[in-house]
Write a protein that binds this ligand. Structure first.
Ligand code: SF4
Length: 149
């Protein structure tokens, strides 16, 4: 079983839509490379929804006491909070509402992908602080990734 933030799973599907199936370890030390490899190799892996630090975050240098101390680039999203902790929580709460998910829910990666396919709809509102053209590209890649998964 893996714990995962909803947006981290969405990002893995979106990257898949771009053709990304392999990840190198990141300088931050987080576990995206190994978590993504597990999810891409096994759609039946159980995922537990986590709005705090998930299994990607746990080994990350920015995970300080289960809070992310990193910041985001607000130059193209001036209405977003600079704190990555706050930004991630905002996005993950919106994804949870859209997908009818809550902290601690368990479902397989395949089931979560199906849930996104059925319920995501137009994601512009989830990423409302981001320019629409960027989100339109994100949506197209996500839909491709869902189809590929
Ligand atoms: S959200 Fe923060 S703690 Fe988690 S992987 Fe990203 S930078 Fe690291």
């Amino acid at each position: 079983m893996l714990t995962i933030k909803p947006h981290h799973f969405v990002d893995i599907l979106t990257a898949l839509g771009e053709g990304r199936r392999e990840y190198a370890p990141h300088p931050y030390g987080h576990a995206l490379h190994s978590v993504a490899a597990t999810i891409l190799a096994n759609p039946d892996v159980t995922l537990q929804i986590e709005l705090g630090a998930d299994d990607i975050c746990h080994p990350c240098r920015h995970n300080i006491g289960n809070r992310c101390d990193d910041t985001i680039d607000t130059s193209y999203r001036p209405n977003a909070p600079a704190s990555k902790q706050d930004w991630n929580l905002r996005i993950d709460r919106r994804w949870c509402q859209r997908l009818a998910l809550a902290q601690g829910n368990r479902l397989t990666a395949r089931q979560l992908c199906q849930r996104i396919r059925e319920r995501a709809g137009d994601i512009a509102d989830i990423y409302r602080e981001i320019p629409e053209d960027r989100t339109a590209q994100r949506q197209a890649k996500l839909e491709m990734g869902i189809a590929m998964y």
